[in-house]
Design a protein. Structure first.
Length: 319
């Protein structure tokens, strides 16, 4: 198999990351994939899940260039995650913690769900700009001036007027491409990391016997952490909100506005955090086995109960 064929899979969930949620803790080990869309659970390996074909492809460039750039950071991140996981109960140094927060920012921005949410918004923004441009006085003259300024040959007036009519009648729409998502990642990762670093971050450990953490295809959970929280979702800058990302089945990262270090005690808090991750999932949830806890309407439940609930929801949707 050639290198080109090997890298058709663009992993939005890095293989090293998924390895932390396998039964054996390696990239060759197996994990369970809870598929909410099908209402089924299957076995998989880090290389065979958490990807989309050509997810990082850019027009006119090596289809692997963007993911290869990410991989350079992931080597350092993976080493820190392994170190944290191997020293439960200890907090990483400031530099390592900042790297984990950067990883959290990256894991929010790079997900397919982020792309699916933001590209339509960007497309709508482009449409609005085009409409404003076309209804503005002297639109043709401004277009010609802009084209020549950028060293381009203007189209004919007749062709411009056809395009203008199509835009104003809503027959010509712009559709943002996946490359726009990659541009957002590259342009905003540093600023987003700075926003997250305003919080106090703690590495938390799932105690033995709790079943550990799960992860999903949108692994950064943001939720209110106060009583009487507003009905609207929080923003990452909201001081009354909490951020959680599982790092492995044993460890995770919690960011709060408060300055105290978070310590997990007992099954209920692990189940609470797992429920936040399950609620964030769009389709896939990943776990080493069915022994994890989460909060159902009837109280703390396990993976078998989640599987049954997913199956019920699919059957209800088919009626």
């Amino acid at each position: 198999m050639t290198e080109t064929r090997r890298t058709k899979k663009g992993h939005y969930l890095p293989k090293f990351y998924l390895a932390g949620f396998t039964a054996g803790g390696t990239e060759k080990s197996e994990l369970l994939v809870f598929d909410r869309e099908l209402g089924q659970v299957r076995s998989g390996k880090p290389i065979s899940v958490g990807y989309e074909r050509y997810f990082y492809a850019l027009p006119g460039k090596d289809p692997d260039s963007f993911e290869q750039a990410l991989a350079k950071d992931e080597d350092a991140i993976a080493a820190i995650v392994r170190a944290v996981d191997g020293a439960p109960g200890t907090q990483p140094d400031e530099r390592a913690l900042e790297t984990l927060v950067y990883f959290t920012a990256l894991m929010h921005l790079r997900m397919p769900a982020f792309r699916e949410h933001h590209l339509p918004q960007i497309s709508q923004h482009y449409d609005q700009i085009a409409e404003l441009w076309m209804v503005a006085p002297h639109a043709w003259e401004r277009y010609v001036e802009s084209a020549r300024k950028n060293g381009k040959q203007p189209v004919s007036r007749q062709r411009f007027e056809r395009a203008r009519k199509a835009v104003l009648e809503g027959k010509l729409r712009f559709e943002a491409q996946p490359a726009e998502h990659l541009r957002i990642m590259a342009d905003h990762i540093a600023d987003f990391t700075k926003i997250l670093l305003r919080r106090t971050w703690s590495v938390v450990v799932a105690p033995e016997g709790t079943g550990g953490f799960v992860t999903c295809d949108m692994p950064v959970a943001l939720y209110w952490n106060v009583e009487g929280a507003p009905a609207i979702p929080p923003a990452f800058g909201s001081p009354d909100a909490e951020v959680f990302m599982p790092l492995t089945r044993r460890s995770g990262l919690v960011g709060r506005a408060a300055t105290d270090i978070v310590i997990i005690e007992g099954t209920s808090m692990v189940a609470h955090l797992n429920t936040k991750i399950i609620n964030e999932s769009r389709r896939f949830i990943f776990a080493p086995d069915r022994g994890f806890g989460w909060l159902s309407n009837r109280g703390t439940a396990d993976g078998a109960a989640l599987e049954a609930r997913m199956r019920e929801m699919v059957e209800e949707g088919q009626r």
